[in-house]
Design a protein around this ligand. Sequence first.
Ligand SMILES: Cc1cc2nc3c(=O)[nH]c(=O)nc-3n(C[C@H](O)[C@H](O)[C@H](O)COP(=O)(O)OP(=O)(O)OC[C@H]3O[C@@H](n4cnc5c(N)ncnc54)[C@H](O)[C@@H]3O)c2cc1C
Length: 371
Amino acid sequence: MDTQLESFDVCLVGAGPIGIELAVNLQAAGASYVHLEAKQLGHTISWFPRQARFFSSPERIAIAGVPLVTVDQAKASREEYLAYLQGVVQQFALPIRTYERVSEISKIRDPEGYQFHISTARGAGPRNYRVKKVILAIGDMHHARQLRHPGMDVVPGSDLPHVSHYFDEPLPYFGQELLVVGGKNSAIEAALRCYRAGAKVTLCHREPQISSSIKYWLKPEIDWLVENGAIQHFPAHVPVEIAPDRVRLAPVDSENVPDLTPERQREIAADFVLLLIGYVMDSQLFRSIGVELYGPGDTPRLDPATMQTNVPGFYVAGTASAGTQLSYRLFIENCHAHVVRILRHLTGKDPSHINPLAYARLHEHPIPEES
Ligand SMILES: Cc1cc2nc3c(=O)[nH]c(=O)nc-3n(C[C@H](O)[C@H](O)[C@H](O)COP(=O)(O)OP(=O)(O)OC[C@H]3O[C@@H](n4cnc5c(N)ncnc54)[C@H](O)[C@@H]3O)c2cc1C
């Protein structure tokens, strides 16, 4: 077991696109840093559905000045982007310590100027570090949002084995009764793909209609299939009980409160249930170190000019700086600027390898101070 204490100036946590873009630039600046990743490169993107395409165009999600070229000049697929991230890491020979989760961060006083103690968990045993600065680029999608309604606990049956918060691919649902819950991109895309893969799809969500902000090519497709009865649709309805072969749906009012009157409920057959209702951030690392969190999404308090939080020496980059996003405001394309702000603050210099959008959007900070 490796229990010795290693020392670095900077600990960078998370190897999603923004963590990798930061790493390229810390390395180029000659910084003493360690880069820790709980899983594998691009872990958040790895659980996108197979063949899912980004909404953002390639030039917006390219990092570190490396062109992202797709096979058909269209938006990148999950597979293309994961291969691209791997290529960037190989090109710059980035030393990323994968499968090493940061489990604890605490403040220390050290005569040599180290401010934080980091403990990690990994298969071969924990490691410990002391560092002067920390940058969390841990993303904002750590846990699936639980299905619950105002005044109710988690919907019974949400944890049954045929219920999932993740859509991997459509083939397992061929010939099956599938209930998809959710009204945004992930749910609509899953409903369409599973219908085309031969599933008998029902879609339900609490909103009175499908959001007009979904990917523009999905809206006419889903509307047409619903109008033609190919996909059964229950807007303003939510599951209130999930059983192994059926689900009880209840209508909701404008406050999302379900009407539990038995006559107003309906039962539908469901061999599988996909709960595609979003994901939430795990803010434990922020809390443990005393970063102030505000608003319903636990947004970390920070100075947008530097990305430094209210804890001196503790920075946040990428979508983690939004907290749990109730409506999406931060994407890869408006997070490149975080790399410039942090590099300037840490090294006094601009990053040498950066998406040009970073400068175009340098003064934007789309996260409201209080919400
Ligand atoms: C289906 C789908 C489609 C999407 N389409 C788009 C799109 O078109 N455009 C767009 O911009 N965004 C899109 N997104 C969101 C996109 O995934 C994020 O914008 C992007 O991943 C954020 O990058 P990041 O580097 O900030 O964080 P992430 O990519 O989330 O990376 C964070 C990393 O930190 C690691 N980590 C977390 N906690 C720890 C810890 N304690 N210790 C060590 N490592 C840790 C994670 O394993 C992960 O690898 C989509 C998301 C989904 C689910």
